[in-house]
Design a protein around this ligand. Sequence first.
Ligand code: SF4
Length: 576
Amino acid sequence: MRILLTAINAKYIHSNLAVYSLEAYAQEYKKHIELAEFTINQTKDEILKGIFRCKPEVLCISCYIWNISLVKDIIREIHKILPDTAIWLGGPEVSYDAPGTLEECPEVTGIMKGEGEETFLELVRYYVEKKTNLSEMAGITYRTCTEGDIRIVENPWRDTLDLSTVPFVYADLEKFENRIIYYESSRGCPFSCSYCLSSIDKKLRFRNIELVKKELQFFLDHKVSQVKFVDRTFNCDHEHAMAIWSYLIEHDNQITNFHFEIAADILNEEEIRMIAGMRPGMIQLEIGVQSTNQDTIREIHRRMVFERVSGIVRQIQEGHNVHQHLDLIAGLPFEDYNSFSNSFNDVYKLRPQQLQLGFLKVLKGSFMHEMAEEYGCHYQDKEPYEVLFTRWISYQDVLRLKQVEEMVEVYYNSNQFLKTLPAMEKLFETPFRLYEALGEFYEKKGYMEISHTRLRRYEILLEFLMDKDPEHMDMYQELMIYDLYSRENMKSRPAWAGDLTQYKRMFREFYQTEMREHHFLEGYEMYDERQLGKMTHLEIMHYHPDTLEKGEYAFLFDYQKRDVLTYGALAQEVEV
Ligand code: SF4
């Protein structure tokens, strides 16, 4: 029997932990199971060819919001070229309306609902041993055909699994080279956010902590660059989170970064102290704020107290050792354009390394889906089921927020305009207005749909500023040059940057002294003055990049020492 487990990921660097878990859980039937991963960027033909060459008798495909249309396309064609292959689907995109999916896709034999390990094992047993019966199998909805009578049979959902019984899937790390490692130390979420499918399964379970430590040690020993925990709210159990974080601190390999989704407002003092003591870059935190409008928060069944979240985000920030990523969602109930701009400004004030603006996705099975009519919430029929308009926000405003989102991605989240943006913010009533105006400018000039080079982004910003504050262009140009050099030691200086020829002699003297005395460039002892000059960059500013005070300032950029949070080169003010 040949059974093929298939995942179609959003990007090459992603891997699909679910199919690996299913494969590992059914290891007693190892010789019958193959696994194939594709990406949505491959053509349909390539995926078809890949599946066809395996000639599976049973094909199981993992379905998510990012691949469901492609999956439906593929199964239509697969059924033509492999008409006898049984096709089973699983994953959140098909679990909550299994009969609907079976009606829509006549090629599909059945759906595995909810967590799949035990169900997949039984299904494999059914096909290999041919002793069991589908009617007795929990967790599936399937199609039967007796004497031409086709029926859809819905079996009950399966009880939740003991997470510690799922084998570790990464023993062969070669398969995951240059890809993100996803790891699960808990399953389920105790919270009830109305838009989220994880709120449906409230049975929160943890993997045995000794097992978790052993597996984390494996990643540490293999110097994996990043491990992303898929735990829905990693810190929902204090003891579990503390045990993992203390283990990581004690066994740190100075390389691996661990990513966690947390609820910031439930972090306690002990956890905050522990985070403060971590190696810079050892962990990164993703924190869902979603909105700071209290009516919205109440309506979506979140319990977040924003004042507490901000206090904690600020406390963590003091250590300058943890990358923080804060999320907002547009299109939620009671959130209109102005209220969203307030949420944005509240979160922006916290200066996270990343501020992600997402748009509500109305997922089948969620409470939000049930409430959509009441909220006047219209959303796309097809995935990603994104909000179009609601009682509170028009489609026109959603489009304006999309522009803001794009500008935040390009200018804020890139961390490439760290000195320029604060100066620009002073021109606007609020940060939101800045990104809104930038978005409008991009739209007006027809820049929105084009992919621009990094340098071009700076030039566009100069164009924008020429419109808004022409008297201070010299200052903005200098701040942008500072930002540019802080990322990279550019080979050619932009035409609009000030000419440094008059400082050449001073620079030479500086590097001569530095070669002898190493006041600023520690670790460069083996290089001569010419090499020092090439490896670093000296910039003269006539505005201080932090205070914007006029004067003459020299900054030395050291590219060997970078900020772990922003990737910016170390910039030291020097005397030349
Ligand atoms: S959004 Fe996060 S906290 Fe809320 S139910 Fe989903 S996983 Fe849990």
